[in-house]
Design a protein around this ligand. Structure first.
Ligand code: FCB
Length: 440
């Protein structure tokens, strides 16, 4: 059972669930181009079991059933993503008409079921052909991305309820170009600095492109992670603060304050692309909302190595299947802090929240229900403090391809049998359905 029903939330508060293209669609089907994730996964050691998204949940064929699951649960909105390489197999140039038709039917399918389509334009499917040209390192990526945005939204834009250009700029840049844990698996500070800037530039140009089509309800989606100093030394406090800077403040400051934080620039300034200071007019486009993806916190310790001279330390809290500490207070903190420091009265959405657990079909996923309860409690505390939070999306509808971890981590409200592709709702799905049906 969930503690809260829909009736406990303000009038109009939206509940939704989220997925992304490469994680569910089956990217080998329907004329999609090759992506950086196909290449990354084909390189030994990058993805657990060398698994990839070639088939995934075969959502490309099973989407009507998946939309029925969303509607039957009583969700108001579905946050899905559009694969760049499915629309433009080479990143620019010829359009894959079959791919555009797929998204066209998908959006109509949502509307027929009374589900608000919340689109993301980039959830990491960089076309391989663009990676050959430097991918996020190349400033031109911002224009290529805006052109792709214009192309697909010329068809879908009149029926999209909300849109965000980029999912999680930290993952696109730092995780993928500094830590090398996501495609393209680069570990290089110069590439990182460029990616951290170009990803926001691409966001800004894509917003411009969508505005030029007359679209509204446009936002940005950042993933935020709470940084806790490992002990009470000033060195640990400084390390945690820098972690917060390069993870959270960099992107929020760029988007909403037209600046980058000084502590992060200490390390990155020498590696930034020329003229970056002049780009904030494009980056900081007026937005209609801001989305926060939240999962966990990290304990941070100072480290004698090169900048940023910090490391993650295993924490003491209960953990999910991925070893991520469960820390709902972090969500309350970020909702309050984002509104207070960056966004003011702008509507905030929790655009992703959920947990991986090694679910077995037939056993209730009580751990996920507890996770959702504790995080919805955190949303309630933020609402009580006056934060204009307008909705909450659970990650994820289905067990799916969890990037470098392959198919083992199960984030779904619905179990996926990856052999038969059968979908089976879990107890958490039933609990949400019960909570969402109670309106007053
Ligand atoms: C987020 C991603 C999403 C999924 C969840 C667990 O960072 O946006 O695709 O991997 O984490």
């Amino acid at each position: 059972m969930l503690h809260h029903s829909r009736a406990d939330f303000p009038e109009g508060f939206l509940f939704g669930t989220a997925t992304s293209a490469y994680q569910i669609e089956g990217h080998a089907t329907g004329g999609a181009g090759r992506t950086q994730w196909d290449d990354f996964a084909a390189t030994p050691g990058n993805v657990a079991g060398a698994e990839n998204g070639a088939l995934a949940c075969d959502h490309y064929h099973k989407w009507p059933q998946d939309l029925d699951l969303i509607a039957d649960a009583g969700f108001d909105s579905y946050r899905f993503s559009i694969s760049w390489a499915r629309v433009l197999p080479d990143g620019f140039g010829p359009v894959n008409a079959e791919g555009v038709d797929f998204y066209d039917r998908l959006v109509d399918g949502m509307l027929e079921r009374g589900i608000k389509p919340a689109a993301t334009l980039y959830h990491w499917e960089m076309p391989s052909a663009l990676l050959d040209l430097g991918g996020w390192r190349n400033r031109d990526v911002a224009k290529w991305f805006a052109d792709y945005t214009y192309t697909i939204m010329s068809t879908l834009g009149d029926r999209i309820w909300s849109a965000a250009p980029i999912n999680e700029p930290w993952c696109v840049s730092w995780l993928s170009h500094f830590l090398g844990q996501h495609a393209p698996g680069v570990r290089d500070i110069r590439a990182t600095a460029r990616a951290m800037h170009h990803v926001l530039l691409a966001h800004g140009h894509a917003i411009e492109a969508m505005r030029s089509l007359g679209m509204d309800n446009l936002g940005a989606v950042c993933n935020l992670e709470y940084a806790e100093p490992v002990d009470d030394t000033p060195e640990a406090a400084q390390a945690a603060s820098l972690y917060d800077g390069l993870y959270n403040r960099w992107f929020l400051s760029g988007l909403f304050k037209q600046e980058y934080p000084e502590d992060v620039l200490t390390g990155l300034a020498p590696h930034m692309p020329a003229g970056w200071e002049d780009d904030f007019g494009i980056i900081a486009q007026p937005l209609d909302w801001c989305g926060l993806n939240y999962y966990t916190r990290k304990l941070i310790a100072p480290d004698p190595g090169a900048w940023p001279s910090l490391r993650e330390v295993e924490g003491p809290l209960d953990k999910t299947q991925l070893g991520w500490e469960i820390y709902p207070d972090g969500l309350e903190h970020f909702l309050k802090n984002t509104a207070a420091t960056y966004t003011g009265d702008l509507p905030l959405y929790v655009t992703e929240n959920g947990m991986a657990w090694d679910d077995t079909p037939g056993r209730a996923d009580v751990e996920r229900i507890a996770y959702l309860n504790s995080h919805l409690d955190a949303v309630q505390r933020a609402l009580a403090a006056g934060v204009p939070c307008k909705g909450y999306y659970v990650w994820s509808l289905l067990d799916n391809f969890e990037w470098a971890f392959g198919y083992a981590p199960r984030f779904g409200l619905v179990h996926t049998d990856f052999a038969s592709l059968q979908r089976t709702p879990k107890a958490s799905y039933d609990a949400l359905k019960a909570a969402l049906s109670e309106r007053t």
